[in-house]
Write a protein that binds this ligand. Structure first.
Ligand SMILES: Cc1cc2nc3c(=O)[nH]c(=O)nc-3n(C[C@H](O)[C@H](O)[C@H](O)COP(=O)(O)OP(=O)(O)OC[C@H]3O[C@@H](n4cnc5c(N)ncnc54)[C@H](O)[C@@H]3O)c2cc1C
Length: 369
């Protein structure tokens, strides 16, 4: 008789693996299917910035989701280190956003105003104060804003830690075993048809990143596609002290000495090549912002595919098929959103209650006739 699983998770990126970890901790028997090696796609291509505040122009359900997820990071990182011995290099020591023109300063000022009115930690800086905070910064910036609670995590270590922790908690990872179809009958999910055969379960979590639209025969659309992003890494004798943004680029210092310059954005299909132009534009914008890094040596460059819905918002929670849950389309914020996505999805699967209003992120928003 084929084994019946409590849950099948399609996609072993950071999102699927984090959900699987939480489900296994709730004593569910879970299999994660991955078409390649788990944790080899967007989750390891990312820059690992955790910046709900630095990127938000207004309060919204999406902002609240991002901000709550950032606040789950300290216990999440501690739990992973305890379970696996892997230090995920969490640093919530602030993100510095620098304006290089008056127009950028006006945009940053608006961001500063709504956040300080909302009682969030945010500091407006003169150009001189920004330079004191970040000596590699160019001296003639217009000004800046420090978002002291934002920061970064080393997402390659993080993804590995989550996969190791999930395996230790009893999750079975099936590498090189793509899901081909979600099985369902009478409005209920029945399992997954995979390359190796069928996996029977009344609960399936679709977390296949940019590939989440792979089953065109579902009774509702899952409009998710790839948004390519390229990053360049360099090494220099001096590094910025924390994550620094301009309107054109962000620069991320890693503990191992690498400095990441990111990221491009192109919705041009499943193409992970790094364009030569990306190297030029990212480094040019990075050196314009932080001339102190001009002597840096090239280290490496890579591209990844962000999972993206037409309105750039995530797809989370229940679907019109009972037992099928979505956790995808995290677009530019899937690292940031992993801890909260894992918690609410696991709570929804096991108790029927996510403990969070997921209606703004429901797939039914694309079903309007
Ligand atoms: C250049 C770049 C920079 C980024 N920077 C940041 C950042 O600073 N901060 C941040 O929060 N986010 C960032 N992101 C976004 C973040 O990387 C993603 O939102 C996140 O990794 C999505 O995780 P995921 O698990 O959904 O997808 P993925 O990591 O892509 O995992 C999906 C998995 O599903 C598997 N899969 C696909 N189809 C199937 C199938 N049919 N059957 C079985 N398995 C399947 C794939 O093999 C893959 O392992 C960045 C992304 C890029 C590309």
């Amino acid at each position: 008789l084929p084994e019946t699983l409590d849950a099948v998770v399609v996609g072993g990126g950071l999102i699927g693996s984090s959900i699987a970890l939480r489900l296994a901790q709730k004593k569910l028997r879970v299999v994660v299917l991955d078409q390649r090696e788990p944790g080899a796609e967007a989750s390891v291509a990312a820059a690992g910035i955790l910046s709900p505040q630095a990127e938000s122009n207004e309060r919204s359900p999406f902002f609240d989701l991002c901000s709550a997820s950032r606040d789950l990071y300290p216990p999440f990182a501690a739990e992973l280190e305890e379970a696996t011995g892997i230090d995920v290099e969490l640093r919530l020591d602030g993100v510095l956003y620098v304006a290089l023109s008056e127009a950028e300063q006006a945009r940053l000022d608006a961001r500063f105003r709504w956040q300080s009115a909302a009682g969030l930690a945010v500091e407006r800086l003169t150009a001189a104060a920004a330079h004191d905070l970040e000596p590699t910064l160019r001296s003639n910036a217009v000004g800046g804003v420090l978002f002291p609670k934002d920061g970064q995590v080393e997402n390659v270590r993080l993804t590995r830690a989550v996969i190791v922790a999930a395996s230790r908690a009893g999750v079975r990872f099936e590498a090189g075993n793509p899901a081909r179809r979600i099985l369902h009958a009478q409005g209920r999910v029945r399992g997954v048809e995979a390359a190796s055969g069928n996996f029977t379960s009344g609960c399936v979590v679709l977390a296949a990143g940019a590939w989440s639209g792979f089953d065109g025969d579902l009774p509702f659309p899952v409009p998710v596609g790839p948004a390519r992003g390229e990053l360049v890494a360099a090494e220099a004798a001096v590094a910025p002290r924390r994550v620094v943004y301009s309107h054109e680029v962000y620069v991320v210092p890693r503990r191992d000495g690498r400095i990441l310059f990111g990221a491009t954005m192109e919705k041009t299909g499943f193409d992970k090549r790094v364009k030569a132009e990306a190297l030029r534009s990212l480094l040019e914008a990075g050196f314009e912002l932080l001339p102190g890094l001009r002597g840096a040596a090239f280290h490496s460059a890579w591209a990844g595919l962000r999972p993206c819905a037409p309105d750039d918002l995530p797809l989370l929670g229940r679907t019109p098929l009972e037992g099928l849950f979505l956790a995808t389309a995290h677009f530019r914020n899937g690292i940031l959103l992993a801890p909260l996505t894992a918690r609410v999805t696991a709570d929804l699967v096991t108790t029927g209650n996510a403990g969070w209003d997921l209606s703004p992120f429901s797939v039914t928003r694309f079903q309007r006739l």
